[in-house]
Design a protein around this ligand. Structure first.
Ligand code: SF4
Length: 398
């Protein structure tokens, strides 16, 4: 079975190259694994209730074992509000997740990301100026009279009126979330994407969904929306590369973004795994391309994948299409009763999630014990207000 076999090798490569990453004090570079684990546990104990560590499912084993909460973005966003007494929330995940935590946290709480280089390529595919341009162009094409009125008022593209509501995936920057909140839209996660689309269509005729076109398309298709009512907005083309007629006909406008990890899964891999493991079921994350979702037996968020495999009958065999650390841990957890393999035989790794190393975790915790906050993530106040409104909407849509 292919899962897991290459992870120890990867860890060794990472250890050898850790000096090339976010600079760490020399004392944190060459620590033996056991010593690092003991020291992380000691720092955690010293900080007690003042500290909460959140760990995304895609984090590596040596890090996630110290998390007070593990989960997907939705579950971890909920966990932030459950610890009002904690002064420090260390987010073992990527940048946009720590930003969301800062928006949802109490004023006294400080959010820390162990490695500032842990970003998300999908979140980087939607920039605020691109979204502003898109919004103004959508109004010009779909509501020319409104667009003219707003332009005369010196507010092009700046009103909630119009025929489109924006819905952004939580995997986006705080500035994008803020824009969406201000325009009357919401944020979604892979756990509540269908409910969020329903919420949007109850309010407006069309939804602009960003930044992941695959999550938007796959979710809407499963809800019965035909593909010909979906169009892709290319932020690098004037008017998204679309005509007025195409937009008029569309119910869903998909931003041209994707997850570089989940687009590596292919329908061919599904054929192969079925050949190699007769009777195996394939379950995929909805960030995979449409043809992969169609060829699979089932799809859903990471929480859904975990629950479905755990609840399956003894003897079940599963090929799972999501990040390799989750797949590997799930395989170990359910063995020998059930078999779990990665759909990609080399395992799809999120290289930015992988940046959060135990060395970085120990460094930020030791700093907190010494009274110093390093790697703090702070969302500017002007972005917080609307981002919080949008995140609160997200938490209320289930
Ligand atoms: S798995 Fe994809 S969407 Fe998730 S953090 Fe990594 S690059 Fe971003």
């Amino acid at each position: 079975m292919a899962t897991g076999t290459f992870l120890p090798v990867l860890n060794e490569v990472e250890k050898a190259s850790i000096r090339e990453r976010q600079p760490l004090p020399e004392a944190y570079l060459d620590l033996p694994d056991e010593e690092m684990a003991l020291r992380i546990a000691a720092a955690r104990a010293a900080l007690g209730d003042r500290l909460v560590i959140l760990g995304h499912h895609y984090q590596r084993d040596e890090v996630i074992r110290f998390a007070d909460y593990t989960g997907d973005s939705f579950k971890l966003a909920q966990a932030v509000s459950q610890h009002p007494q904690a002064d420090y929330i260390v987010f073992c995940g990527v940048h946009f997740m720590a930003e969301s935590a800062d928006v949802l946290a109490r004023p006294h709480q400080r959010i820390i990301l162990p490695d500032l280089a842990a970003g998300c390529s999908m979140a980087d595919m939607a920039a605020p100026d691109q979204l502003e341009t898109c919004w103004a162009e959508l109004q010009q094409m779909l509501s020319p009279a409104l667009s003219e009125r707003l332009e005369l008022a010196g507010k092009p593209g700046s009103r909630v009126e119009g025929r489109v509501v924006p819905v952004t995936y939580i995997n986006s920057a705080a500035s994008i979330k803020s824009f969406v909140g201000e325009q009357g839209g919401t944020i979604c996660t892979s756990s509540n994407a269908a409910a969020s689309l329903e919420w949007g269509w109850e309010r407006k005729e069309k939804i602009l969904f960003l930044p992941d076109q695959h999550l938007g398309r796959n979710t809407a298709w499963k809800m019965g929306v035909p593909l010909d009512q979906m169009v892709v907005w290319d932020p690098f083309e004037p008017f998204g590369g679309l005509t007025k007629d195409e937009l008029e006909h569309a119910k869903l406008i998909l931003w041209k973004g994707h997850c570089s990890v989940h687009v590596r899964f292919t329908a061919k891999q599904i054929e192969q795994v079925r050949r190699e493991h007769p009777g195996i079921k394939v379950i995929v994350h909805p960030e995979v391309p449409f043809d992969v979702l169609r060829a699979a037996d089932d799809s859903g968020s990471t929480e859904y994948i975990l629950k479905t495999v755990r609840d399956s009958a003894p003897g079940s065999k599963w090929a799972v299409a999501t990040e390799v650390h989750l797949v590997h841990r799930l395989a170990e957890e359910v063995a020998p009763d059930k078999t779990v393999v990665s759909l990609d035989q080399f395992g799809c790794l999120c290289s930015t999630m992988f940046r959060v190393s135990p060395n970085h975790l120990l460094w930020v915790l030791d700093s907190l014990v010494d009274g110093e906050v390093v790697n703090e993530i702070v969302v500017p106040e002007e972005e917080k207000k609307w981002a919080k409104i949008a995140l609160d909407r997200m938490l209320s849509i289930t």
